[in-house]
Ligand binder design. Structure first.
Ligand code: 5AD
Ligand code: SF4
Length: 432
């Protein structure tokens, strides 16, 4: 029996693509490799920042030895879409390079690869990639794609080039997949897309889709990632205000708190408009929880611009944050036209300052949970303590807890005993 392994870099979209690729391979009779060297090794690459690309290059360097011994090695994902010549030049041992543009033909391309053909494909096929299934890697949470690509062209971002223009998955297919996931016992589903709020199909918009999804019986929680502040309209707040199974968590990337920088990033909203949306959510959605992404050191970012980012962060008190220093990307507008003119040490200092502030805010907010009993969906083992488990609550907070039996996939009542900046710690209430 031939074995395969997929190594995935990057976001949930990539993680889910790998689940779909694994499903196709299983259908072709391959099995996941337990350990050791697999017969087929696929790297699903991420191009969003240079660091991820560097990690990909290091990993591919290590696969040369495997290829010499007969393993078929190939790259899929975002780097495969935009840097195929470079990849093939650096790593002649690669048997295939396939970008997301060609995923609609992946089934057939995999057949050719398994027959020993060298395949390079990244043509935009425009069709929706429907595999029929996914070999889900998460025990309690099912990822479900609703859209692909992005039309926003923020100036720092490579995604519109690696994932192409927006394509929306038809509503009946989404509903069907949610139903199947619920039947299989998944308690939570996450609707995925680069800009979920721009999803549309026939006369339906994203909030109509959410309204349909929430009525599917048996679903505990539904989350959606990622929202764009420009497209996050009052209808979204109203549907969120309906409550469970829709969770009160929104991932709303701010990126920068200065209007000058937001303009240079071409984000399509001002700091004031962003704050208005936050207010609207806080006012109407019970237990609302807001996460964000921030980039520091974008070209021409002055100390004053950065101070404004800190101000917005203080004002909003985000529930979680992913923060990065700016990494110039090939193809993107800023990568081609703006100098990367904020020195590395300045970027590093700003990032540390931002993260320190955010950690204080999160610690303060998380402390409010101590002593409370909250519902947690157990999703896996704790990252810190292999004896303990982890899960998330309705607000998307990470909760670590100990449990005598394996509770993964269950919703538990957890009494919170301690709070840190990035997680809560507790005990199962009334455990026998
Ligand atoms: N440099 C740094 N961070 C970036 N992101 C996207 N492009 C870049 C870049 N060139 C960040 C944004 C986005 C998140 C997924 O990655 O904050 O929301
Ligand atoms: Fe990139 Fe902007 Fe599209 Fe998000 S909205 S994927 S940051 S171009």
């Amino acid at each position: 029996m031939r074995t395969f392994r997929i190594h995935t870099f990057g976001c949930q979209m990539n993680e889910h693509d790998s689940e779909k690729i694994a499903y196709l391979l299983m259908e072709k009779g391959l099995v996941p490799a337990e350990d050791g060297i697999p017969d087929l090794f696929i790297v699903n690459s991420c191009a969003v920042r240079d660091k991820a690309v560097q990690k990909l290059y290091t990993l591919l360097g290590r696969t040369k030895k495997w290829a010499a011994k007969g393993t078929v090695v190939g790259v899929v994902g975002c780097v495969a879409q935009v840097e195929r010549e470079k990849l093939l030049r650096h790593f002649p041992h690669l048997s295939f390079v396939i970008g997301p543009g060609s995923y609609p033909s992946l089934d057939e391309l995999l057949d050719r690869i398994l027959e020993g053909e060298k395949v390079v494909a990244a043509r935009w096929e425009g069709k929706w990639w429907e595999t029929g299934g996914a070999l889900r890697q998460r025990p309690a949470v099912a990822y479900i794609n609703i859209m692909e690509g992005c039309d926003k062209f923020c100036t720092y971002c490579i995604v519109p080039f690696t994932r192409g223009r927006e394509r929306y998955r038809p509503l009946p297919w989404i509903i069907d997949e949610v139903r199947r996931a619920v039947d299989q016992g998944y308690m939570e589903i996450q609707l995925l897309g680069q800009n979920v709020d721009s999803w549309r199909w026939e006369k339906y918009r994203f909030w109509h889709l959410l309204d349909r999804v929430r009525k599917i019986p048996g679903l505990k929680w539904v989350r959606f990632i990622t929202s764009h502040p420009k497209d996050f309209v009052p209808e979204m707040v109203s549907i969120m205000a309906e409550g469970e199974p829709i969770t009160p968590y929104v991932h709303l990337p701010l990126q920068a708190g200065s209007n000058r920088i937001l303009n240079l990033m071409r984000r399509g909203y001002s700091k004031e408009e962003f704050l208005e949306k936050v207010e609207m959510i806080r006012e109407k959605v019970k237990l609302s929880s807001i996460g964000t992404d921030i980039i520091v050191g974008f070209p021409y970012e002055e100390e004053e611009d950065f101070r404004q980012t800190l101000e917005v962060v203080k004002r909003v008190e985000f529930d979680n944050m992913y923060s990065f220093h700016y990494s110039p990307r090939p193809l993107s507008y800023a990568g081609r036209n703006f100098p990367d003119n904020v020195p590395k040490e300045v970027k590093r200092r700003r990032l540390m300052e931002l993260q320190k502030l955010q950690a204080e805010i999160q610690l303060e907010n998380n402390r409010r949970f101590v002593g409370k009993v909250i519902e947690v969906l157990a999703t896996g083992r704790s990252a810190k303590d292999p004896e303990a488990y982890m899960g998330r609550d309705i607000t998307y907070r990470v909760v670590n807890f100990s449990c005598k039996r394996n509770p993964i996939g269950e919703v538990l009542q957890i009494e919170i005993k301690e709070a840190g900046p990035h997680s809560l710690k507790g005990e199962v209430k009334n455990e026998d």
